[in-house]
Design a protein around this ligand. Structure first.
Ligand code: GLN
Length: 491
């Protein structure tokens, strides 16, 4: 049997029945990685030795009746902007080359405690800024469904590792859609948590008021299980919520009953997407109706301001968060500087990429004294209205459904040098971060031979509701666990 084609839930049952060991499983997934990684390029760093060590811990826990969870012994990849003690972290930037974190992120600690072996650190757009994975200073990642296309960004490495069958579980991060958009492009699932539901401790900050760490997998059950591991209160993140979101477990409480549910379908979101994407989403709406849900057309006109609001707020916060990369404290340091100011200027000039510099300059500009009111304060006001609009929609709807992206995966090189177009492509995901809401992207069909993503948005802390809706859709449509046959021309 090809183990790499199985979901974590299926593998978990085999581990429980002792049909395989975690060491065998990790060995087989490593072999799959060796076979496809040269074409796909999902990983910046592979941690094979560490993975096998944890696999042995998992196997001995199972043998001795030690503490195990369903995911114990099943490997996961982590995006390379999340710290794991002793494993290099680059954020796909020259700036952090050679940096080895002395501590682990809260989520990485939780995964280690559950003896989930780490397969490696995945590629991303530099400091998570981008929508194609192409702003990575270190390598290119390809879309496993069509190697001439991008996997999406910024968590493109995690999405590609899942879609190519290199690993069944992964963490991404999501500031404006970075887990959901690559999930849509690669035909996998990405869950953006409610702001404050997952600790950001140990994740490199991009825009602190928007960032969340995102569980990713190839089916809903697997995402629910991984969410069960990483969701918890953590005093080290000042915005970590004490709310008990997962109760006694998202996985345990998965239920596919949709009757009596109202799903809002915002017209503005459908009107800005390609025909094939719109078709797939409309057909998903029919599927929900056949399950007894009511589809309610609604209007969310603030969508018009979403990208501008997001770019101003995220760049402002990024310009402040990235000030610490100065050539003194971390990673890269320029040679031959005259004095400290020259050292900082040269180090940043040499080690940060074009997109990152653009965001820092934009952010610095909108925060400068002459423009603060005109841009930053306006964006704050707009973000309150975006939030209010969603809260109003949830007075009549249990869940909202929209496409995740405006089209299928971009051709490599087609958009990365046209920033305005690239930012515009994030229009359907960024409002969720601005409003702090939970959302999930699930595959809902194909267009041009490429996967299409359906985005389900929930109320604050309404993760279980969107997981259940996604689970119901997945069951009824049978669209799940898509592993690409690696090739050049689509499926
Ligand atoms: N594509 C968006 C951006 O470029 C989102 C990034 C993210 O969510 N990290 O900012």
């Amino acid at each position: 049997m090809e183990l790499y084609r199985l979901t974590a839930v299926e593998i978990s049952a085999m581990l429980e029945r002792r049909e395989i060991s975690s060491r065998e499983l990790c060995g087989e997934l490593a072999a799959r990685t060796d076979e496809v990684e040269e074409s796909v390029g999902a990983y910046i760093t592979q941690t094979r030795e560490k993975m096998l060590e944890t696999a042995d811990t998992a196997d001995s826990r199972r043998a001795s009746g030690g503490p195990v969870t369903k995911l114990t012994g099943i490997p996961a990849a982590i995006k390379d902007n999340i710290c794991v003690e002793g494993v290099p972290m680059t954020c796909a930037s020259r700036m952090l080359e050679g940096f080895v974190p002395p501590y682990s992120a809260h989520v990485a600690e939780s995964m280690a405690a559950a003896a989930i072996p780490l397969s490696g650190k995945t590629n991303l757009d530099e400091f998570a800024m981008g929508s194609t994975c192409e702003t990575s200073a270190l390598q290119n990642t390809k879309n496993p469904h069509d190697l001439s296309r991008v996997p999406g960004g910024s968590s493109g490495g995690s999405a590609a590792a899942l879609a190519s069958g290199e690993v069944p579980l992964a963490l991404g991060s999501d500031t404006g859609g970075s887990s959901r958009a690559p999930a849509a492009f690669c035909g996998v699932v990405g869950l953006k948590p409610t702001y404050g539901a997952v600790s950001r401790h140990g994740a490199a900050a991009f825009a602190s008021s928007l960032d969340q760490i995102a569980p990713m997998a190839r089916c809903i059950e697997d995402v629910a299980l991984l969410a069960d591991v990483v969701y918890s209160h953590d005093a080290r993140d000042a915005m970590s919520s004490p709310e008990d979101v997962k109760k006694d477990g998202f996985f345990k409480n998965l239920s596919a009953g949709m009757s009596g549910k109202t799903i809002g379908l915002p017209e503005e979101y459908l009107s800005c997407v390609d025909g094939g994407v719109a078709e797939a989403v409309k057909s998903a709406a029919k599927t929900f109706e056949s399950l007894g849900a009511k589809i309610l057309p609604i209007s969310l006109p603030m969508l018009r301001y979403a990208v501008e609001t997001y770019m101003i707020i995220s760049s402002a916060e990024a310009s402040s968060n990235l000030a610490k990369f100065d050539g003194v404290k971390y990673g890269y340091r320029a040679e031959g500087a005259k004095d400290i100011f020259d050292l900082i200027r040269r180090s940043r000039t040499e080690a940060l990429g074009e997109e990152v510099k653009r965001r820092i300059m934009l952010g610095t500009y909108v925060l400068s004294s002459g423009y603060y009111d005109a841009y930053y304060n306006k964006a704050r006001a707009a973000s309150l209205r975006i939030r209010a609009e969603f809260i109003k929609a949830f007075e009549t709807c249990d869940v909202l459904m929209t496409p995740t992206t405006t089209g299928v995966a971009y051709k490599a090189g087609s958009i990365v040098h046209d920033p305005a177009r690239m930012y515009a492509g994030d229009v359907l995901t960024v409002s969720v971060n601005i409003a702090g809401l939970p959302a999930i992207s699930v595959p809902c069909g194909f267009s041009e031979g490429m996967p299409v993503g359906l985005q389900l948005i929930g109320r604050h802390f309404g993760e279980q509701e969107i997981l259940n809706a996604a689970f119901a859709f997945e069951r009824e449509s049978g669209i799940k666990n898509i592993v690409a046959d690696i090739g050049g021309t689509g499926r």
